[in-house]
Ligand binder design. Sequence first.
Ligand SMILES: [Zn+2]
Length: 146
Amino acid sequence: MEKFAKPGEFCPNEACLDYGKLQNDQQKNLVKFGKTRKGVQRFRCQTCGGTFTETTGTIFYRKRTPEHEILETLALLAEGNRISSLSRVKGFKEDTILAWVRQAAQHADALDEVLMKDFKIKRGQLDALWAYVQNKGEKKATQKRK
Ligand SMILES: [Zn+2]
């Protein structure tokens, strides 16, 4: 089963020899490298020399929207709300919401757990949500059925 590993557990630089290797007793290319002004742990990879923070590479990286807000929007979608109405109610662009769902779909396993536990979303609703994303493909949102 795929785990939702966090940066800090592996180097997120795709060009790095040790890219994606989880840290353990043998694999120790990452070292702590101070903190950002906001207090986020920073790491340095001794293999490629790259630095990154513990939020690098997670789906919420560089998004200004709080994680909870994104998760809640995903939960509402799973419950059958339309992107267009969520966009109106929450004030996010439809494209933004669509981008979240697409990214979220890549971490579906990990997010399923959170959404089921914290937002009481049912398995079937989640399956429908991920299926919905796949159907959307890369095309822009067009409103067909609900
Ligand atoms: Zn590296």
